[in-house]
Ligand binder design. Structure first.
Ligand code: GDD
Ligand code: MN
Length: 353
């Protein structure tokens, strides 16, 4: 049995030595390697090199100078570079006990599965190591939401957000993955039907250092969930919808304050154009951006498009107001809906092409 243990790391220097030691001990009798995929700014690479020098099994390091896709991107880079097809993905902070590796392998070797999920929520599993009650609640809630959104694919999976699992690389299409942030297993399971089974495990306390989970990761998670399930269009629609509400609110407030219709529409449009661009960059097209330096060029295209749209939309809206005697809010609402579809096509085909 050959296995690559993929460990994504971000500033885990104090945990590396113990991890290598415990993974080596847990893989005695297998042909195993440890592959660190590291985005650290601390001494993790040096710690890996030191541990590799005395380790009982091969230890490799990929250090990414220009990391993309966060934790998920690191895992995908690991899947590409792994020496063996059977890969185990686990965290570098020892919250995933290396002693469970034989359990995952045993289950895989019994056959008929592509993925073995180490679950905190099945059988004797436990999420105690999540430390505080808020995180446990958030984790349970988002797990329930996720399962509700993928009722068939996740039928037999109690913990689609775990970072501890075995995957046979031959069963997945690595090139089709668009990882972003923490939930790489969810993406694997959502993209295509796989044969999945679970083994319970106890999520341990962090060995050293602090978690990299954050509100920002949480927002990325919801963005990923929506776009995996309903496609990018839906996420674009949610942000566009929010923008339209803000737009109408501004028009309404300014109209009430006695500001002229056209001026109100322009102010409202410019505010939402800026807000929408920031949200789109962050959440909708984040996996399609070629690089961060192009942000101004994307902004220029998006800004030019939206202002052209505005130039067309204002006279049409004004015409609707005068011929049909609509209120400025209603007329703006109608033209915003039409503009939305055109805008989505332009952004996905031109701005983020
Ligand atoms: N290469 C790389 N790049 N590694 C990263 C990055 C990154 O941007 N961000 C985090 N990591 C590494 C950490 O160094 C650690 O080894 C592992 O990914 C998990 O990160 P933690 O910061 O320890 O996350 P956690 O313990 O809060 O979250 C765990 O539980 C979640 C479910 O509640 C992880 O197992 C998640 O994968 C899991 O979804
Ligand atoms: Mn952790």
């Amino acid at each position: 049995m050959q296995v690559t243990v993929i460990v994504p790391t971000f500033n885990e220097a104090p945990n590396v030595a113990e991890l290598v030691q415990r993974v080596s001990a847990a893989t005695v009798g297998l042909e195993a390697e440890i592959l660190f995929v590291d985005d650290s700014t601390d001494a993790t690479p040096a710690a890996v090199a030191a541990a590799a020098a005395t380790a009982a099994i091969p230890v490799r390091l990929i250090h990414r100078d220009r990391p993309t896709g966060g934790l998920g991107g690191a895992v995908v880079a690991g899947l590409r570079a792994a020496a063996f097809d059977v890969c185990i993905v686990m965290d570098g902070d020892l919250q995933h006990p290396p002693e469970e590796i034989p359990t995952l392998i045993d289950r895989y070797e019994r056959g008929e599965v592509d993925v073995v999920v180490a679950s905190r929520y099945s059988g004797t599993g436990s999420a105690a190591g999540l430390a505080d009650r808020t995180r446990i609640a958030v984790s349970k809630l988002s797990t329930a939401l996720t399962k509700a959104m993928f009722p068939i694919r996740l039928k037999d999976v109690s913990d689609p957000m775990t970072g501890f699992f075995l995957v046979d690389r031959r069963s997945i299409d690595v090139d089709a993955l668009r990882p972003h942030g923490f939930k790489i297993l969810l993406e694997l399971l959502a993209r295509r039907p796989l044969r999945v089974c679970e083994v319970p495990f106890e999520f341990a306390d962090r060995h050293a250092g602090a978690s990299k989970a954050s509100l920002r990761e949480g927002l990325h998670f919801f963005a990923q969930l929506t776009s995996l399930r309903f496609g990018k269009m839906s996420l674009f629609a949610i942000i566009g919808g929010l923008g339209a509400i803000v737009n109408l609110l501004i028009v309404w407030l300014l109209a009430r304050a006695g500001v002229g219709d056209i001026f109100a529409m322009i102010v409202a449009a410019e505010v939402t154009i800026l807000g929408n661009f920031v949200l789109q960059e962050r959440f909708v097209f984040s996996d399609m951006k070629s690089d961060a330096s192009g942000v101004w060029s994307r902004f220029a295209k998006s800004f030019a498009f939206n202002n052209t749209e505005l130039l067309v939309r204002i006279p049409i809206t004004a015409l609707m107001i005068s011929t049909w005697h609509l209120s400025v809010v209603i007329a703006t609402a109608i033209t915003l809906v039409v503009a939305f579809l055109v805008r989505f096509m332009f952004h996905s085909l031109v701005v983020y092409a």
